[in-house]
Design a protein around this ligand. Structure first.
Ligand SMILES: [Zn+2]
Ligand SMILES: [Zn+2]
Length: 205
């Protein structure tokens, strides 16, 4: 908006750029490019510092976002594939869910937990991918050799026996951690889901 340029006494060469509103300083020296480009980048950073940013839809947005909450949600949903044949754990960040932190064992349990907490049922939720607890021999050995000399990995004995033990250990584990898969989405309420896609989303913080 209004940029101040700082120089060393007796020189008219700009060394720093300052935001005219808050005084925050921007140095061209942090940019790994030509001098002219670095100065242009620092000048632009100072210019953008206190300039309010707007989403393409017109709503004000905060750094570091490039779109508002509802547009980010819409863009994510537009990229996702709607699935109907999924039966398994789901996640939604709009309610606590059966297991807490938004996770539930399936869609029915998610809806049930909403009633329990008096939360509105979300218009959609994400299916989950599961990551089972596993030990990995290569990673264990690499870790063990980090503090050793550089040929240590080649001098390991008994790795085969350890691998067999690890295989047995892995097979015995029942612990699984779930993560939401944002490439696929399950629609719970089609009307509200369509509304979000049309850009008249639900309220967001
Ligand atoms: Zn500023
Ligand atoms: Zn927006």
């Amino acid at each position: 908006m209004n940029i101040k340029e700082l120089t060393f006494k007796g020189s008219d060469q700009t060394v720093l750029y300052s935001c005219g509103t808050c005084g925050h300083l921007f140095s061209p020296r942090i940019y790994a490019c030509s001098d002219a480009d670095a100065h242009a980048a620092a000048r632009r950073a100072a210019d953008e510092c206190c300039t309010p940013k707007y989403c393409a839809c017109g709503k004000p947005i905060e750094a570091p976002w490039t779109a508002c909450g509802s547009c980010r949600e819409r863009l994510r949903l537009e990229k996702a594939t709607v699935i109907t044949d999924y039966n398994g754990p789901v996640e939604s960040d709009k309610t606590r869910g059966e297991w807490g932190e938004g996770y539930s064992s399936d869609v029915a349990a998610l809806i049930e937990s909403c009633a329990e907490y008096d939360d509105p049922v979300p218009a959609y939720c994400w299916p989950c991918t599961s990551v089972p607890l596993r030990l990995d021999l290569d990673r264990i050995l690499e870790r063990a050799c980090e503090e050793q000399h550089e040929d240590a990995l080649d001098q390991i004995e008994g790795a085969d026996e350890l691998q067999e033990a690890i295989d047995r250990f892995n097979a015995a584990q029942t612990c699984v951690t779930y993560y939401p898969d944002h490439s696929r989405v399950i629609v719970i309420d089609q009307d509200r889901f369509d509304n979000i896609l049309r850009g008249h989303g639900e309220s967001h913080g």
